[in-house]
Design a protein around this ligand. Structure first.
Ligand code: S3P
Length: 429
């Protein structure tokens, strides 16, 4: 599927973003392990979270839609059943990695696979520590790529230093940690998103605060069936924040968006570039900070340096930040972002290739991008590379190009943001 986009001057309105994708995956998985029925509000209904839900169904978890809510019949930590077929994580790295941790804890056999893109993404970072805990995980390429067969159960405690700041790896080990007879002590090289820790604590998990960068989970525990309310996804809001900041007549209010400090790098960087972005009405909902975001366009932006320590706080926002940088005076250098080559697509390559087609001065580095901003870009025929965030970033670029842009492969936005193009169209009309 493709879309043709014309340049726009304005983007205005007051909107809610779809539910946070990371928090939605965790809400589904932890509810399935709770002692009773959990009511979830604001869950993201998209392809990635659908994959998590279907995998849980194969483990015997029942779901019931109740208007805008989803009821999850928790089975307790020990209530999951052996699946009678492959578990299909589709395009979702979070489903795959969190499930490897969950399955490692189960006293049964399971096989997990994914789509073409996911079957190429590295799983060794999760399998290695899980094997250290005693899980048996087999697969091709030395057991590092999906499909992976897991025979879990009888896990040992672990003390482990993560080689990369990855919330997916950390979360896999915490889920496995629910099934050990002792403690899981993790050390992060940098702060990655902490939604698993927050939700586990909220549901009664025994998380202890260690030294900075240290996460400790003491088992055993049980998880309470408490209501969960999911905030809007800041990673989805990012496309609208950038579009409104770039539009001569841009003004948006994005309501009830998650502003967990491990995710707000996009807000800090846009403000540093000179954009008018404000965080209003802060509150806490189910252990997560939530706020309304206001953004106004028409301000001149300047290029910035985005380097390694900041990357985990905006890892999914690099595609749309690269677009913002095209319209900022001077140079923007993104470095220490090699992890982007391992996402749904090689995002550094995809961005450089597609934005060059629009005439942008953007150069690929081994671990980043160099963007010369402040030059006009032209409409072109571009590809999403099968990656939802590349498709949406290109759509934002198209709004400020000369002439029409065609974005091919837009069906991929359903991974995280069904209705993205309808919303973009209505706010820019
Ligand atoms: C996610 C963690 C990040 C992020 C991904 C979602 C999560 O991946 O890029 O989109 O929900 O835990 P890594 O853990 O690989 O950094």
């Amino acid at each position: 599927m493709e879309i043709t986009l014309a340049p726009r001057e304005q983007i205005r309105g007051r909107v809610k973003m779809p539910g946070d994708k990371s928090i939605s995956h965790r809400a589904l998985i932890l509810s399935a392990l709770a002692e009773g029925t959990v009511e979830i509000t604001g869950l993201l209904a998209a392809e990635d979270t659908r994959a998590t839900r279907l995998c849980l169904q194969q483990l015997g978890v029942e779901f019931q839609e109740a208007g805008t809510k989803l009821l999850v019949r928790g089975r307790g930590l020990r209530g999951l059943q052996e699946p009678d077929d492959f578990l299909q994580a589709e395009n979702s790295g979070t489903t795959a990695r969190l499930f490897l941790g969950l399955l490692a804890g189960q006293p049964f056999f399971s096989v997990l696979t994914g789509d073409r893109s996911l079957r190429m993404r590295p799983m060794a970072r999760v399998c290695k520590p899980l094997r250290q805990m005693g899980a048996r995980i087999e697969g091709r390429q030395g057991g590092t790529l999906l499909p992976l067969a897991v025979r879990g159960g009888n896990l040992l405690p672990i003390r482990y230093r993560l080689p990369v700041a990855s919330a997916q790896v950390k979360s896999a080990l915490l889920l496995a940690g629910l099934y050990t007879c002792g403690r899981v002590e993790l050390f992060e090289p940098g702060p990655s998103r902490d939604h698993t820790e927050r939700m586990l604590s909220y549901l009664g998990g025994r998380l202890e605060k260690g030294a900075p960068g240290e996460i400790v989970l003491a088992a055993p525990c049980s998880l309470a069936a408490k209501k969960l309310k999911i905030p809007g996804d800041l990673s989805s809001a990012a496309f609208f924040l950038v579009a409104a900041a770039l539009a001569p007549q841009g003004e948006l209010l994005l309501e009830a968006v998650g502003v967990n400090p491990t995710r707000t790098g996009i807000i800090d960087v846009l403000q540093e570039m000179g954009a008018a972005v404000r965080v209003l009405n802060r509150k806490e909902v189910c252990g997560e900070p939530v706020a309304d975001l206001w953004v106004q366009g028409g301000r001149p932006l300047t290029g910035v340096a985005i380097n390694a320590p900041l990357i985990p706080r905006l890892v999914d926002e690099i595609p749309v930040l690269a677009v913002a940088a095209l319209f900022a005076a001077g140079e923007t250098v993104i470095s220490g972002a090699g992890e982007l080559r391992l996402k749904e697509s090689d995002r550094l390559h995809a961005l450089a290739t597609e934005l060059q087609k629009m005439g942008a001065a953007i150069k690929e580095l081994p671990d980043g991008l160099v963007i010369q901003g402040g030059q006009k870009i032209n409409g072109a025929v571009c590809s999403s590379h099968g990656d939802h965030r590349i498709a949406m970033a290109l759509a934002v670029a198209a709004l400020f190009a000369r002439g029409e842009t065609v974005v091919r492969g837009i069906e991929t936005v359903d991974i995280s943001f069904p209705g993205f193009f309808t919303l973009l169209n209505s706010l820019t009309a």
